[in-house]
Design a protein. Structure first.
Length: 263
């Protein structure tokens, strides 16, 4: 099974979201068929404490439901269509459970980028419950720690994982650190192994200035990018030292990276 290495990683964002509805079993199957190195996906807790895969905190954008994910039981969430907003052809797609996702992917030769979407500032201790449930499920499905990256916009959660589990898992944050939706004490570089360099109002380009990549690398953190399928952006990010691309359009991105000689 894949382990983290110096190879440039191609990661399917929410599985895939250009030709199939994001964060559905169809998206994860498609990503596997495309031969990605990693699947990135998002975890919430239902009202009754079950791990489900959906990006937004609310249901309106990607399902035919309404309201917060956290205010619905698993049964209520599973009654919704997670595909109809994308296309009527995908009306039968449901919000996946973590069990469904890992049953499909655990034995595949891929890495995992698992994003915590329950934040301490919003849901208190349920944020830490989500971490413990997900770590336990990885063990249940026999997924080695060396295949797993945890990701969050919460610095508090990343610190919690680092202090509780040490270096068992790779941790992914965002740079500049002002992008985090909360704050915690200590050196934020010590809570991340990977930093996604993200556009800001002051620096709106998809590839941030070279100096930001250098600042991250100087602290022993690997830079990475969430990237649209634009050849020049990929080339510049590689020149600056990025080590992973999280992408929406897997096939186009794969072609670009092959043309650049890194796949």
């Amino acid at each position: 099974m894949k382990q983290f290495s110096d190879k440039i990683i191609l990661s399917g964002h929410r599985g895939e979201r250009t030709v199939v509805p994001e964060n559905t079993m169809a998206a994860f199957r498609y990503a596997l068929e495309c031969g990605v190195d990693m699947i990135e996906t998002d975890f919430h807790l239902s009202k009754d404490g079950r791990l489900v895969l959906i990006h937004d905190h609310t249901l309106e954008r990607t399902t035919d439901g309404a309201g917060f994910v956290r205010d619905h039981t698993l049964e209520e969430l599973r009654a919704l269509s997670a595909g109809v907003k994308f296309s009527e052809d995908y009306r039968g797609e449901r919000i996946p459970t973590a069990e469904e996702f890992f049953a499909l992917t655990a034995d595949k030769d891929i890495l995992f980028n698992l994003e915590f979407k329950v934040y301490p500032a919003d849901e208190g201790d349920r944020a830490f419950e989500q971490v413990e449930k997900l770590v336990a499920m990885l063990k249940d499905y026999g997924i080695a720690d060396g295949r797993v990256m945890f990701n969050s916009w919460s610095a508090v959660l990343l610190r919690y994982v680092r202090e509780r589990y040490g270096n068992r898992f790779q941790l992914h944050g965002y740079y500049p650190f002002s992008l985090f939706n909360d704050r915690c004490e200590g050196d934020l570089f010590s809570y991340v192994d990977w930093a996604c360099l993200f556009p800001t109002e002051e620096s709106p380009a998809r590839v941030r200035p070279r100096g930001d990549y250098e600042a991250v690398k100087e602290r022993g953190v690997k830079p990475c990018n969430y990237m649209p399928a634009v050849y020049t952006d990929y080339a510049r990010a590689l020149e600056y030292g990025t080590r992973m691309f999280t992408v929406d359009d897997i096939k186009t991105s794969d072609c670009i990276l092959r043309a650049l000689g890194v796949r």
